[in-house]
Design a protein around this ligand. Structure first.
Ligand code: SAM
Length: 476
């Protein structure tokens, strides 16, 4: 396994000087979908790269496509840096060729080396940047802190991102291989304020406090222990409960934590019951951001996708997982992010997260917490005299259709551009309320316009509270 050091910094510089960035690699490979590399398109990418020369081409062949490059060709393109690649264990030499041992993928402006698709490594396999990793990065409350924690750091992506806001970051993992990748990636990205710690869950940070914490734990409800990144071995949704409780306990007063979690739902219960229960006496305010719910067979198929190349193994795994869900009476599995803030007032709220529209949401999340505090601290009398203004990211979208030769409004939506990407359909009275609240009127004055549009006061006041809680409006 690679160990970091000056050679890793040299390789980081080499990648940057060669322009190994997502936009440049997209220009080179011209992928047709969202992914930088779609494995099914390899023959096309190989032909495209064959027409190119130079360092970027050689690096892309090695670390994106996973192809060997003839040693003399690699030396011509990369010079002495080839030795650093070999020294670091990023590649080895065989039969006159440089053979890659890791994948390196840019995520925004961060370079992440990982085992990529080499899943044959078994439990220790360290994946690259997955969609949940990107989601956790978007749900991190980015604000300056002295100490931050990334629990279950894996390839180190979250720790590297958080290192920009924290003076010191502790990145922990139970996997030595993951920690080696995190160390390598910190060095590749020139980051020096991450301290790596080995151990299970909260053991390596017992008794310590943090201003910011993030965790993308192995939250999958799984009957197996095949992969450390996926299977906690704790059974059911216990890992999510454990991580939420642990993070709540190690935050400083006012500190934020974000964790990705899953929870078991049965057909009869409200889907957010389990995390609400876990948070009951956490001493934290919390937002549960529910992304989706899978039925058991869908979950079994999803989490065993790496086996799709081997139909018999895939079939057997799906069978084992479905049997486990049946034995545990799991009717569905919900997924989402939980964002915590330690201290009073402690309340728990939940909402659906439109994941496809979500972008970096640190500021929006802070507004959710401040807005929820504010509206809970105001009774209806004090709410009525408040003036609220829409935030810059708020947008009212109106769809009009011709009806008997006249334009007729058929839908009005309130949209939060970027951040958590919320969108809500508005009926006539709600649309009247939203457009009346422009910072110049009091809530009371806006209520008169709602009444004229046929709405009732109680409903409008509840909507005002919701709009402030969801970060569409802030008090003047
Ligand atoms: C889903 S991966 C997340 C990796 C990375 N943080 C990200 O966001 O992409 C989960 C990580 O948790 C680690 N892990 C699994 N069990 C653990 C445990 N008991 N204590 C600490 N880390 C653990 C795994 O080794 C893996 O690196």
């Amino acid at each position: 396994m690679p160990t970091a050091g000056p050679a890793a910094r040299r390789v980081g510089e080499l990648l940057r000087e060669a322009g190994y960035t997502a936009p440049a690699l997209e220009r080179l490979l011209r992928p047709t979908g969202d992914a930088l590399v779609d494995r099914g398109e390899l023959p096309v990418y190989r032909r495209r790269l064959a027409a190119e020369q130079g360092a970027l081409q050689a690096l892309a062949r090695l670390f994106l496509l996973g192809d060997a490059v003839a040693a003399d060709e690699a030396e011509r393109a990369l010079g002495a840096a080839v030795l650093s690649l070999l020294e670091l264990g990023l590649a080895h030499e065989a039969d006159g060729a440089i053979v890659p041992d890791v994948e390196i993928v840019p995520h925004d402006d961060v370079l992440i080396a990982s085992d990529g698709r080499a899943e044959g490594l078994g439990a220790a396999f360290v994946p690259g940047v997955q969609p949940p990793s990107a989601l956790l990065a978007m749900l991190t409350v980015r604000r300056p802190v002295a100490r931050a924690l990334d629990l279950g750091t894996g390839n180190g992506l979250q720790a590297i991102l958080v290192s920009r806001y924290a003076e010191r970051v502790v990145a922990s993992d139970v996997s030595e291989r993951a920690l080696a990748f995190a160390e390598l990636n910190a060095a590749l990205n020139g980051v020096t304020n991450i301290e790596l710690r080995h151990g299970s869950f909260f053991e390596p940070v017992a008794g310590e406090r943090f201003g910011l914490a993030v965790s993308n734990p192995p939250y999958v409800v799984s009957p197996e222990t095949a992969y450390l990144y996926r299977d906690s071995g704790l059974g059911r949704d216990r890992v999510s409960e454990h991580v939420i409780g642990g993070l709540a306990g190690l935050l400083e007063d006012g500190g934020f934590a974000t964790a990705l979690v899953s929870w078991i739902v049965d057909a009869d219960t409200d889907t957010d019951d389990a995390p609400k229960r876990w948070l009951e006496s956490s001493g934290c305010a919390a937002w549960i951001l529910h992304t989706r719910t899978d039925e058991p067979l869908g979950a079994a198929g999803l989490w065993n996708r790496p086996l799709r190349g081997d139909p018999d193994a895939f079939d057997a795994a799906v069978g084992r997982w479905v049997d486990y869900f049946a034995a545990e009476q799991v009717a569905g599995i919900a997924y989402g992010g939980v964002v915590l803030r330690r201290g009073e007032p402690a309340w728990v709220r939940s909402t659906k997260l439109p994941i496809a529209r979500t972008t970096q949401a640190g500021d929006h999340l802070q507004r959710l917490f401040a807005g929820t505090d504010w509206q809970l601290a105001h009774d209806d009398t004090s709410l009525r005299v408040a003036r609220l203004r829409p935030v810059a990211a708020a947008l009212v979208e109106q769809v009009a259709r011709p009806h008997e030769s006249r334009w007729q409004t058929s839908a009005v939506d309130l949209v939060h551009e970027g951040g958590l990407g919320f969108r809500a359909g508005l009926d006539g009275p709600a649309a009247a309320l939203v457009t009346a609240l422009d910072g110049s009127r009091t809530v009371d004055e806006a209520l008169a316009l709602v009444a004229a549009a046929g709405g009732n006061e109680a409903g409008a006041l509840a909507l005002v509270r919701e709009l402030v809680s969801l970060g569409f409006y802030v008090p003047e």
